[in-house]
Design a protein around this ligand. Structure first.
Ligand code: BDR
Ligand code: CA
Length: 317
């Protein structure tokens, strides 16, 4: 059984990832920690509680960061991608459930201490909560089993940034936090746009999910209308990448991905702000910025049909 903390700015693809975790028999979801990103932290926390109530999740919900710790790229929230309510503007009732009193960063530290070497953290939003947790407890890297991050882009498979030519939204939303986390020594795998943009759900796939996956399939069908519409405007095709669920796919079956070890730094200012810059060569450069830093595992290739098949079968079971 994998004990999982899901750290999320719960919007549409985050909700798809959360239901993937929920349906996996291998996962014990111990907590959901929320942060700003796709919407404000109040909205993402409400969304986490809403999904928790709708699907009877056991996990406790901890509200987290409301703003980045450093410079960032962009203004406002991407309501043109996820809708104003973060869930494709489907009607939502007010959740009856409440979040815990403990803040997300503190909860991550406490849970890691209580479950040493057992926790997998799947982080699919800004890395602010984790950077704050590292500040609270610098020994966190020694306690966490693994961290899987959806974020960044390294230029593999022809992919570029989605909020600038070089930057991906989760990293650009708090580059300083990402740089702290990627150089912290937590055993980290980065599932970036290089592979998430390769893994797309078509309208037909979602229709099949709706038929086979009961209430979860229906919910995904409803929230994905807005998301598909956004991506159709960009690509001309009725299909959407499954960014955040890809991090869960890696957790459940890493063999679906090809990875490389690399030291990853993040540009925290200038026109390249939010860029994830990796070095897998271990060369001696004029700069020492990549020297003697812990390496991350970055995903450079994916068996996309395999990921889609696993998602369908997990949700349908
Ligand atoms: C990431 O940004 C958010 O919009 C998505 O939820 C995903 O985590 C993709 O760049
Ligand atoms: Ca997300």
């Amino acid at each position: 059984m994998k004990k999982v903390i899901f750290d999320t700015d719960i919007g549409i693809d985050d909700a798809m990832a959360l239901l993937f975790l929920h349906h996996s028999p291998e996962v014990e979801l111990v907590a959901i920690t929320t942060g700003f990103g796709n919407a404000s932290v109040n909205t993402t926390t409400r969304n986490a509680l809403y999904v928790k109530g709708l699907f009877n999740l056991n996990a406790a919900v901890y509200a987290g960061a409301s703003m980045p710790i450093g410079n960032y790229l962009g203004e406002g929230y991407p309501d043109f991608v996820h809708g104003k309510n973060g869930l494709g503007d489907i009607p939502l009732t007010t959740p009856v459930l409440k979040s815990e009193r403990t803040k997300a960063a503190q909860a991550i530290v406490e849970l890691a201490k209580a479950n040493p070497h057992e926790l997998s953290i799947v982080a699919v939003g800004r890395l602010t909560n984790l950077a704050l947790a590292l500040e609270l407890h610098p020994e966190l890297p020694l306690l966490v089993k693994e961290l899987i991050v959806m974020g960044g882009v390294f230029g593999y498979n022809g992919h570029r940034g989605n909020v600038s030519p070089v930057a991906e939204a989760n990293i650009a939303g708090d580059p300083t936090a990402a740089d702290i986390v990627f150089t912290s020594g937590i055993p980290t795998t980065i599932v970036g746009l290089d592979v998430t943009a390769e893994t797309v759900m078509s309208e037909a796939y979602i229709a099949q999910l709706r038929q086979r996956a009961g209430a979860s399939g229906e919910f995904i069908y409803q929230i994905s209308r807005f998301y598909l519409n956004f991506y159709e405007k960009i690509s001309g095709k009725a299909e959407c990448p499954i960014h955040d669920a890809s991090a869960v796919a890696y957790l459940l079956n890493p063999e679906l991905y090809r990875t490389e070890a690399a030291v990853v730094r993040v540009a925290t200012e200038g026109i390249g702000i939010g860029q994830t810059i990796h070095d897998s060569t271990r060369r001696t450069y004029a700069t020492k910025d990549w020297l003697n830093r812990p390496a991350c595992n970055i995903c450079v290739g994916v068996d996309a049909p395999g990921v889609l098949a696993m998602y369908m079968s997990t949700l349908s079971s």
